[in-house]
Write a protein that binds this ligand. Structure first.
Ligand code: NI
Length: 255
Protein backbone atom coordinates (compact mmCIF):
# COMPACT_ATOMS: atom_id res chain seq x y z
CA UNK A 1 0.00 0.00 0.00
CA UNK A 2 1.21 3.51 -0.88
CA UNK A 3 1.31 6.81 1.01
CA UNK A 4 1.06 9.89 -1.24
CA UNK A 5 2.58 12.40 1.18
CA UNK A 6 1.68 15.51 -0.82
CA UNK A 7 -1.45 16.13 -2.89
CA UNK A 8 -3.93 18.95 -3.49
CA UNK A 9 -7.23 17.15 -3.96
CA UNK A 10 -8.95 20.41 -2.96
CA UNK A 11 -7.77 21.94 -6.28
CA UNK A 12 -10.44 23.36 -8.62
CA UNK A 13 -9.39 20.84 -11.27
CA UNK A 14 -11.01 18.13 -9.14
CA UNK A 15 -14.33 19.98 -8.80
CA UNK A 16 -16.10 17.83 -11.42
CA UNK A 17 -15.08 14.44 -9.99
CA UNK A 18 -13.24 14.83 -6.66
CA UNK A 19 -15.02 12.09 -4.71
CA UNK A 20 -14.80 9.64 -7.57
CA UNK A 21 -11.04 10.26 -8.00
CA UNK A 22 -10.39 9.88 -4.27
CA UNK A 23 -12.33 6.62 -4.23
CA UNK A 24 -10.31 5.37 -7.18
CA UNK A 25 -7.02 6.11 -5.35
CA UNK A 26 -8.09 3.94 -2.45
CA UNK A 27 -9.09 1.16 -4.86
CA UNK A 28 -5.80 1.42 -6.75
CA UNK A 29 -3.32 0.84 -3.96
CA UNK A 30 -3.10 4.16 -2.13
CA UNK A 31 -4.08 3.88 1.53
CA UNK A 32 -2.94 7.29 2.83
CA UNK A 33 -2.91 10.80 1.36
CA UNK A 34 -1.62 13.95 3.01
CA UNK A 35 -3.54 16.85 1.52
CA UNK A 36 -1.40 19.99 1.77
CA UNK A 37 -2.87 23.42 2.37
CA UNK A 38 -1.34 26.35 0.50
CA UNK A 39 -3.33 29.30 1.86
CA UNK A 40 -6.12 29.84 4.39
CA UNK A 41 -8.91 28.68 2.07
CA UNK A 42 -7.14 25.52 0.91
CA UNK A 43 -6.03 24.74 4.48
CA UNK A 44 -9.70 24.77 5.52
CA UNK A 45 -10.59 22.60 2.49
CA UNK A 46 -7.80 20.15 3.37
CA UNK A 47 -9.29 19.69 6.82
CA UNK A 48 -12.70 19.17 5.20
CA UNK A 49 -11.30 16.31 3.11
CA UNK A 50 -9.59 14.81 6.16
CA UNK A 51 -12.91 14.90 7.99
CA UNK A 52 -14.63 13.13 5.13
CA UNK A 53 -12.09 10.34 4.43
CA UNK A 54 -10.30 8.08 6.95
CA UNK A 55 -7.24 7.80 4.68
CA UNK A 56 -6.75 11.54 4.22
CA UNK A 57 -4.73 13.72 6.62
CA UNK A 58 -4.12 17.45 6.28
CA UNK A 59 -1.49 20.12 6.64
CA UNK A 60 -2.19 23.81 7.09
CA UNK A 61 0.03 26.63 5.97
CA UNK A 62 0.62 29.45 3.51
CA UNK A 63 2.68 28.84 0.36
CA UNK A 64 5.28 31.45 -0.64
CA UNK A 65 3.06 32.44 -3.60
CA UNK A 66 0.47 33.61 -1.07
CA UNK A 67 2.88 34.98 1.54
CA UNK A 68 1.73 38.54 0.90
CA UNK A 69 -1.87 37.60 1.78
CA UNK A 70 -0.82 36.93 5.39
CA UNK A 71 -1.16 39.54 8.12
CA UNK A 72 -0.38 39.53 11.82
CA UNK A 73 -3.57 37.63 12.65
CA UNK A 74 -2.79 34.80 10.21
CA UNK A 75 -0.51 32.84 12.53
CA UNK A 76 -3.26 32.61 15.14
CA UNK A 77 -5.76 31.48 12.48
CA UNK A 78 -3.33 28.75 11.40
CA UNK A 79 -2.75 27.72 15.02
CA UNK A 80 -6.51 27.31 15.49
CA UNK A 81 -6.81 25.24 12.30
CA UNK A 82 -3.85 23.09 13.36
CA UNK A 83 -5.67 22.09 16.55
CA UNK A 84 -7.73 19.65 14.44
CA UNK A 85 -6.67 16.09 15.20
CA UNK A 86 -5.99 15.17 11.57
CA UNK A 87 -3.68 18.13 10.91
CA UNK A 88 -0.22 16.55 10.91
CA UNK A 89 2.08 19.31 9.62
CA UNK A 90 2.54 23.00 8.87
CA UNK A 91 2.80 23.47 5.11
CA UNK A 92 3.31 23.96 2.48
CA UNK A 93 5.60 26.82 3.41
CA UNK A 94 8.89 28.03 1.96
CA UNK A 95 10.36 30.21 -0.77
CA UNK A 96 9.73 30.42 -4.51
CA UNK A 97 12.14 32.62 -6.47
CA UNK A 98 11.05 31.18 -9.81
CA UNK A 99 7.66 32.91 -9.85
CA UNK A 100 8.31 35.57 -7.16
CA UNK A 101 4.55 36.07 -6.71
CA UNK A 102 5.24 37.60 -3.28
CA UNK A 103 8.22 39.91 -2.57
CA UNK A 104 11.19 37.91 -1.30
CA UNK A 105 11.50 39.72 2.05
CA UNK A 106 7.83 38.92 2.76
CA UNK A 107 8.29 35.29 1.68
CA UNK A 108 11.20 34.93 4.12
CA UNK A 109 9.36 36.61 6.99
CA UNK A 110 6.28 34.40 6.63
CA UNK A 111 8.37 31.25 6.18
CA UNK A 112 10.26 31.93 9.41
CA UNK A 113 7.04 32.75 11.30
CA UNK A 114 5.47 29.48 10.19
CA UNK A 115 8.56 27.47 11.19
CA UNK A 116 8.26 29.08 14.62
CA UNK A 117 4.58 28.13 14.74
CA UNK A 118 5.42 24.53 13.86
CA UNK A 119 7.94 24.44 16.69
CA UNK A 120 5.37 25.74 19.17
CA UNK A 121 2.79 23.21 18.01
CA UNK A 122 5.31 20.34 17.80
CA UNK A 123 4.38 19.67 14.17
CA UNK A 124 6.80 18.98 11.31
CA UNK A 125 7.04 21.35 8.32
CA UNK A 126 6.43 20.68 4.63
CA UNK A 127 8.78 22.90 2.64
CA UNK A 128 8.41 24.22 -0.90
CA UNK A 129 11.72 25.43 -2.37
CA UNK A 130 11.98 26.55 -5.98
CA UNK A 131 15.16 28.29 -7.15
CA UNK A 132 15.74 29.46 -3.57
CA UNK A 133 18.05 26.74 -2.23
CA UNK A 134 20.60 29.02 -0.55
CA UNK A 135 18.09 31.13 1.35
CA UNK A 136 16.10 28.04 2.39
CA UNK A 137 19.26 26.43 3.80
CA UNK A 138 20.20 29.67 5.62
CA UNK A 139 16.74 29.89 7.18
CA UNK A 140 16.89 26.21 8.20
CA UNK A 141 20.15 26.86 10.03
CA UNK A 142 19.09 30.17 11.60
CA UNK A 143 15.78 28.81 12.87
CA UNK A 144 17.24 25.60 14.27
CA UNK A 145 15.01 23.50 12.05
CA UNK A 146 16.62 20.32 13.34
CA UNK A 147 14.45 20.47 16.44
CA UNK A 148 11.29 21.00 14.32
CA UNK A 149 11.62 18.27 11.70
CA UNK A 150 10.03 18.09 8.31
CA UNK A 151 10.33 17.32 4.63
CA UNK A 152 11.46 19.10 1.49
CA UNK A 153 8.60 18.30 -0.82
CA UNK A 154 9.25 17.56 -4.49
CA UNK A 155 12.94 17.88 -3.80
CA UNK A 156 14.79 19.55 -6.67
CA UNK A 157 18.18 20.29 -5.10
CA UNK A 158 21.59 18.74 -5.65
CA UNK A 159 23.18 15.78 -3.91
CA UNK A 160 25.21 18.26 -1.84
CA UNK A 161 22.04 20.01 -0.67
CA UNK A 162 20.40 16.64 0.04
CA UNK A 163 23.33 15.78 2.33
CA UNK A 164 22.96 19.10 4.17
CA UNK A 165 19.25 18.45 4.67
CA UNK A 166 19.90 14.94 5.99
CA UNK A 167 22.32 16.41 8.54
CA UNK A 168 19.42 18.57 9.73
CA UNK A 169 17.27 15.46 10.09
CA UNK A 170 14.97 16.45 7.23
CA UNK A 171 13.26 13.97 4.91
CA UNK A 172 13.31 14.37 1.13
CA UNK A 173 10.19 13.73 -0.90
CA UNK A 174 10.38 12.55 -4.50
CA UNK A 175 7.70 13.36 -7.08
CA UNK A 176 6.84 12.86 -10.76
CA UNK A 177 9.83 14.72 -12.29
CA UNK A 178 12.11 11.82 -11.22
CA UNK A 179 10.50 9.89 -14.09
CA UNK A 180 11.38 12.56 -16.70
CA UNK A 181 14.24 11.88 -19.10
CA UNK A 182 16.16 14.97 -17.88
CA UNK A 183 15.98 13.98 -14.20
CA UNK A 184 19.69 13.20 -13.78
CA UNK A 185 20.16 15.30 -10.64
CA UNK A 186 17.14 13.85 -8.85
CA UNK A 187 18.11 10.30 -9.87
CA UNK A 188 21.48 10.90 -8.21
CA UNK A 189 19.73 12.21 -5.10
CA UNK A 190 17.55 9.08 -4.89
CA UNK A 191 20.62 6.89 -5.27
CA UNK A 192 22.42 8.76 -2.47
CA UNK A 193 19.70 9.27 0.15
CA UNK A 194 19.08 6.37 2.57
CA UNK A 195 15.71 4.72 1.95
CA UNK A 196 14.58 5.51 5.48
CA UNK A 197 14.75 9.27 4.74
CA UNK A 198 12.77 9.21 1.49
CA UNK A 199 9.09 9.95 0.97
CA UNK A 200 7.08 9.75 -2.25
CA UNK A 201 4.34 12.07 -3.46
CA UNK A 202 2.39 13.25 -6.49
CA UNK A 203 1.73 16.97 -5.79
CA UNK A 204 -1.54 16.28 -7.65
CA UNK A 205 -2.89 17.79 -9.85
CA UNK A 206 0.62 18.98 -10.83
CA UNK A 207 3.86 17.19 -11.86
CA UNK A 208 2.30 14.14 -13.51
CA UNK A 209 4.84 11.32 -13.90
CA UNK A 210 5.70 9.49 -17.11
CA UNK A 211 3.82 7.72 -18.77
CA UNK A 212 0.94 10.12 -18.10
CA UNK A 213 2.88 13.38 -18.33
CA UNK A 214 0.63 16.17 -19.59
CA UNK A 215 -2.53 14.72 -18.03
CA UNK A 216 -4.01 15.74 -14.69
CA UNK A 217 -2.13 14.04 -11.87
CA UNK A 218 -3.86 12.15 -9.04
CA UNK A 219 -2.55 10.16 -6.05
CA UNK A 220 -2.78 6.69 -7.65
CA UNK A 221 0.04 7.80 -9.98
CA UNK A 222 2.38 7.79 -6.97
CA UNK A 223 3.04 4.19 -7.99
CA UNK A 224 5.04 5.44 -10.99
CA UNK A 225 7.27 7.39 -8.59
CA UNK A 226 7.65 4.31 -6.39
CA UNK A 227 8.55 2.16 -9.41
CA UNK A 228 11.22 4.64 -10.49
CA UNK A 229 12.70 4.84 -6.98
CA UNK A 230 12.80 1.01 -6.87
CA UNK A 231 14.56 0.90 -10.24
CA UNK A 232 17.17 3.51 -9.21
CA UNK A 233 17.89 1.83 -5.89
CA UNK A 234 17.77 -1.69 -7.33
CA UNK A 235 15.17 -2.90 -4.84
CA UNK A 236 11.59 -4.09 -5.15
CA UNK A 237 8.53 -1.92 -5.57
CA UNK A 238 7.08 -3.53 -2.42
CA UNK A 239 10.09 -2.49 -0.37
CA UNK A 240 9.80 1.12 -1.56
CA UNK A 241 6.07 1.12 -0.83
CA UNK A 242 6.54 -0.30 2.65
CA UNK A 243 9.49 1.89 3.66
CA UNK A 244 8.03 5.14 2.37
CA UNK A 245 4.79 4.27 4.17
CA UNK A 246 6.69 3.75 7.44
CA UNK A 247 8.71 6.93 6.90
CA UNK A 248 5.62 9.03 6.24
CA UNK A 249 3.82 7.66 9.27
CA UNK A 250 6.88 8.32 11.44
CA UNK A 251 7.33 11.91 10.24
CA UNK A 252 3.65 12.83 10.48
CA UNK A 253 2.90 10.82 13.65
CA UNK A 254 0.19 8.74 12.02
CA UNK A 255 -0.70 5.49 13.81
NI1 NI B 1 2.22 21.27 -3.42
Amino acid sequence: MLFDTHAHMDDDRFDPDRDEMIKRCFEEGVSLILNAGSNMATSVKSIGLADKYDGIYASVGVHPHDASTMDEASIEVLANLAAHKKVKAIGEIGLDYYYDYSPRDIQKKRFIQQIDLARQLKLPIIVHDRDSHQDVMDIFKNTGVKSVGGVLHSFSGSVEMARECLKLGLYLSISGPVTFSNAKKTVEVVREVPLDMLLIETDSPYLTPVPNRGKRNYPAYVRFVAEKVAEIKGITFEEVAQKTMENGKRLFSIE
